[in-house]
Structure formats: structure tokens, C-alpha cells
Design a protein around this ligand. Structure first.
Ligand SMILES: *[C@@H]1O[C@H](CO)[C@@H](O)[C@H](O)[C@H]1NC(C)=O
Ligand SMILES: *[C@@H]1O[C@H](CO)[C@@H](O)[C@H](O)[C@H]1NC(C)=O
Ligand SMILES: *[C@@H]1O[C@H](CO)[C@@H](O)[C@H](O)[C@H]1NC(C)=O
Length: 147
């Protein structure tokens, strides 16, 4: 993020970098929906995603987070934050009681941002035209193949 913000000084961070390190944040103030098991493919495979549970519900009776690949159901009270590699571990949550409220706040950084910085501020398609030497091109192809 520091490299990205040094490159383009007009980009604004969501929060102070000393507080939060992620590029993006999503608030969910919607109805107490539940999510089906899913992976967040657009996130960096080995990157973390922070999920904060908010609201007013009995965490013994609902709002649990399920990490399917780890076979874990985790009690997830309001005010707690869990960090998961959300592109790698299938996750979902359980419903709450009808009269309760559940909101969430998630933070993450899309893999495309890491690629863009790694490509010296080029997209995967524009980097070829950016004057890479043959050796750099080779190195890049090798890294893509073995990642
Ligand atoms: C830098 O960021 C601004 C938004 O803050 C954007 O409009 C601009 O296109 C960016 N510059 C480049 C070179 O991408
Ligand atoms: C389930 O997760 C979604 C996405 O994070 C969130 O919007 C929703 O409030 C959660 N619902 C419950 C009951 O935990
Ligand atoms: C960029 O160059 C590499 C190596 O020559 C090639 O494999 C790749 O398809 C090119 N990508 C694009 C988007 O042109």
C-alpha cells in the first residue's frame, strides 16, 4: 500500500495506515442475511481478510462463522474480528434469531492491486509495452508459472 500511495499521491486511504492496512472495506448494514459457503477469488490467495461482526445478537444462538475446509464452526460475537485467508478457505455464517440485528465490516486487498504494484504500476496487459528487458520478461514469466 505504501508503494502504491507513493506512486500516486492523490490516492486516499480509507483509514490511517497505522490503524488499518487494507485497500478496501465493505460495510454491510443490510438485513440480517446469511452468506452461503464461498471463496473471495479476487483477493490475494495468501492474503488476509478481516471480518468484524457488529450488531446485537446472542452469539451462542447464531452468527457463527463456518470455515468449511477446516471443519470449524466458530462463535463470533459482535465486536469481534476474525482474520482469514478468504480466497483459500470456504466460509459462510449461520442465521440469527428473528428479533436480532447483525451487521458486518470487512477489510481486504484485491489481488489485482498486488499485481499492479508488482508489475511496477502496470496492469498485466500493459506491462509488456513498458520496456521490460528480455531477462525481466523471462523472470516475470517464470514467477507466473511457479507462483
Ligand atoms: C491517481 O489517482 C487518481 C485518483 O485519486 C486517478 O484519478 C489518477 O488517474 C491516478 N493516476 C494514474 C497515473 O493512474
Ligand atoms: C453473514 O455474513 C454476511 C457477510 O459478511 C453479513 O453481511 C451478514 O450480516 C452475516 N449474517 C450473520 C447472521 O452473521
Ligand atoms: C506479454 O509477453 C509475454 C512474453 O512474451 C507473453 O507470453 C504474454 O502473452 C504477453 N501478454 C500480453 C497481454 O500481451
Amino acid at each position: 500500500m505504501e508503494k502504491l500511495h507513493n506512486w500516486n499521491k492523490t490516492l486516499r486511504r480509507n483509514f490511517l495506515p497505522t490503524v488499518l492496512v487494507f485497500a478496501a472495506a465493505t460495510f454491510n448494514f443490510g438485513l440480517p442475511t446469511i452468506t452461503y459457503p464461498h471463496l473471495n477469488f479476487a483477493n490475494l490467495a495468501w492474503g488476509w481478510c478481516a471480518i468484524t461482526a457488529l450488531g446485537n445478537f446472542d452469539p451462542d444462538k447464531g452468527g457463527h462463522i463456518i470455515l468449511w475446509d477446516l471443519k470449524l464452526i466458530i462463535r463470533f460475537p459482535p465486536g469481534c474480528t476474525i482474520f482469514i485467508p478468504s480466497a483459500l478457505i470456504r466460509h459462510s455464517n449461520t442465521s440469527i434469531q428473528p428479533h436480532e440485528k447483525h451487521f458486518s465490516f470487512t477489510q481486504y486487498t484485491a489481488a489485482g492491486i498486488f499485481r499492479f504494484v508488482d508489475n511496477r504500476f502496470h496492469s498485466d496487459t500493459s506491462i509488456n509495452a513498458s520496456g521490460l528487458t528480455a531477462a525481466e520478461q523471462q523472470e516475470r514469466m517464470e514467477a507466473c508459472r511457479t507462483r
